[in-house]
Design a protein around this ligand. Structure first.
Ligand code: NI
Length: 157
């Protein structure tokens, strides 16, 4: 596995629409492993392939509602259901140090393929539901900054 560099806002790659995965091969497995390593090293909760310069519909996220935390791999994901939107604070590894209010559901259901190509559905609550939305938007070239109504100061630990 290898840690990859996370691109930041201003890089054109982050504005591009990503292509679906059609081959569930060793190359995809390496990409997923590298993304997980990069995500965990970053301390974030979600990472989309374009954030490391790969224009493919691949996401890894941490289900922090599970103990221990569980890594979820999402290939060709699509949010298929969600509840009403509420105001919540959000950030992004590609927009370091910036946090702002956005409207997100508190529950969402996603449909995706696993690394072997099998389709599955998964529900998420709270930050996981938020992450489903945020990360799939990355795959269409969108950053949360487009949705921010107001930026907030967050104390750094
Ligand atoms: Ni992000």
């Amino acid at each position: 596995m290898a840690q990859r560099t996370i691109l930041t806002i201003g890089d054109e790659t982050l504005t591009k629409k990503c292509r679906p995965i059609t081959d569930f091969n060793e190359h995809l497995a390496t990409l997923l492993d590298d993304m997980t390593e990069t995500l965990i090293a970053s301390g974030g909760v979600g990472l989309a392939a374009p954030q490391i310069g790969v224009l493919r519909r691949v996401v890894v996220l941490l289900d922090i509602n599970k103990d221990p935390e569980e890594v979820i791999e999402l290939i060709n994901p699509e949010v298929i259901e969600h509840n009403t939107l509420e105001e919540t604070v959000e950030g992004c590894l590609s927009v370091p140090g910036k946090y702002g209010y956005v409207m997100r559901p508190t529950w969402a259901k996603i449909r995706a393929q696993d690394r072997h190509g099998n389709w599955f559905e998964r529900e998420g609550e709270g930050i996981v539901a938020q992450c489903f939305c945020h990360e799939t938007e990355h795959l269409d070239g969108h950053l949360f900054t487009e949705k921010v109504t107001e930026y907030v100061e967050v104390e750094q630990e």
